[in-house]
Design a protein around this ligand. Structure first.
Ligand SMILES: Nc1ncnc2c1ncn2[C@@H]1O[C@H](COP(=O)(O)OP(=O)(O)OP(=O)(O)O)[C@@H](O)[C@H]1O
Ligand SMILES: [Mg+2]
Length: 358
């Protein structure tokens, strides 16, 4: 469930860091724009840590009213405030033996920042209205999509807490910086959506849809991509997901009325077909060559021409983070294949017609 898709250098760097920080007990700070996968990353760290049998408890500091947050986080004693009819454990205790995911940590009130800092330094805290000092074995992973440095400058976030939280820091890159991961993820999300909708027979994305996926700037990052693909599967009426299905009309830089030279159009189509075939066949050259009806040597020449060799290599690598955790033995063999590759549909397109144009 927590498998993260990606093969770009940017996300592979993240995968490496996840494996490394999973092997420690220190707090982790996750940063990144909305929808880049901070929560998924927190889950991945937990699932690869020695705490994986323990609970993973998320709490969103921005979604809980300030007056309730302290009690939600640290719990309260009976009679601590009006309505506190019985003692209640907070999320910190609920996560004992596991991981507390403190989302939107930048929204924590200064008084709670002090309490959190003390917990991180000494492992101790008191429930609201409680006298007893409690100890709990909980690992903290925090996340923010705002610049905490700016909050520190404005005295809204404690610098000492920032440094304590951020010893291990993972930044999730925006989707627009992950190159062909967009297509890879789009294919995976498509297969996932199709698995839930058995009456649809969709073979893949149209060339224009692939173009739109590659050129859109993805302000909502992976969440936006996932939502658009799921929506497209519902809306689609044909065998291919179109740009319209993705609701990315009007963003195509190769709009019908813009003039491409014949050579540029030819190269664009070839690139798109190659990416499509490579993604479908996970870089399996024989299958790609067979589907595109070219020889393997022609295929290699084309890949070189369009600088797709790196993309090919990345596809042959595991798309998910290896399940190994504490010991890094350098074995990066895929422990689990993405469902998108289980059945490999044939791409009924060929390089041949395009090649004949010139
Ligand atoms: N690398 C990835 N592979 C597959 N799915 C991903 C990946 N990254 C994110 N997702 C999916 O994208 C969606 C958003 O991810 P997530 O909730 O972790 O983002 P976030 O950074 O916490 O966003 P926000 O800041 O808005 O809370 C989720 O459905 C998640 O499963
Ligand atoms: Mg989140």
């Amino acid at each position: 469930m927590d498998d993260m898709v990606g093969a770009s250098p940017a996300i592979c760097g993240v995968f490496e860091k996840i494996s490394k920080v999973a092997a420690t007990e220190m707090p982790v700070l996750l940063t990144g724009e909305t929808g880049t996968g901070k929560e998924l990353t927190a889950q991945a760290i937990h699932a690869r840590s020695v705490r994986k049998q323990g609970p993973f408890v998320p709490i969103n500091c921005a979604a809980i009213p300030e007056t309730l947050l302290e009690s939600e986080l640290f719990g309260h004693e009976r009679g601590a405030f009006t309505g506190a009819v019985q003692q209640k454990k907070g999320k910190l205790e609920a996560a004992a033996g596991g991981t507390l995911f403190l989302d939107e940590v930048g929204d924590l009130l200064p008084s709670l920042q002090v309490k959190l800092l003390r917990f991180l330094q000494e492992g101790t805290f008191e429930r609201v209205g409680g006298q007893e000092t409690l100890h709990v074995d909980t690992r903290v992973i925090a996340a923010t999509n705002v610049e905490l440095k700016a909050a520190i400058d404005q005295n809204r976030f404690r610098e000492d807490l920032y440094y304590r939280l951020g010893v291990l820091h993972i930044h999730l890159p925006p989707l627009r910086d992950r190159g062909e991961d967009v297509l890879l993820m789009a294919m995976v999300f498509l297969q996932q959506a199709l698995a839930a909708m058995t009456h649809k027979t969709i073979r893949g994305f149209s060339i224009q849809a692939i173009d739109a996926l590659r050129t859109h700037s993805w302000p909502g990052n992976v969440r936006e991509l996932s939502n658009r693909v799921r929506r497209a599967v519902v809306m689609s009426e044909g065998e291919e997901i179109t740009r319209q299905d993705l609701d990315l009309v009007g963003e195509d830089i190769h709009a019908a009325d813009s003039l491409d030279s014949l050579r540029a159009a030819h190269q664009r189509i070839e690139t798109e077909l190659l990416v499509k075939a490579l993604t479908f066949h996970r870089g399996n050259m024989s299958r790609v060559a067979r589907d595109l009806k070219v020889s393997r040597s022609t295929l290699y020449r084309k890949l070189k021409q369009y600088e797709l060799e790196k993309f090919t290599l990345s596809l042959a690598q595991p798309m998910a983070i290896p399940k190994t955790t504490r010991k890094s033995n350098g074995d990066a063999s895929p422990s689990k294949r993405s469902p998108m590759m289980a059945e490999e549909p044939s791409i009924e397109t060929s390089l041949q017609p395009a090649a004949q144009i010139l």
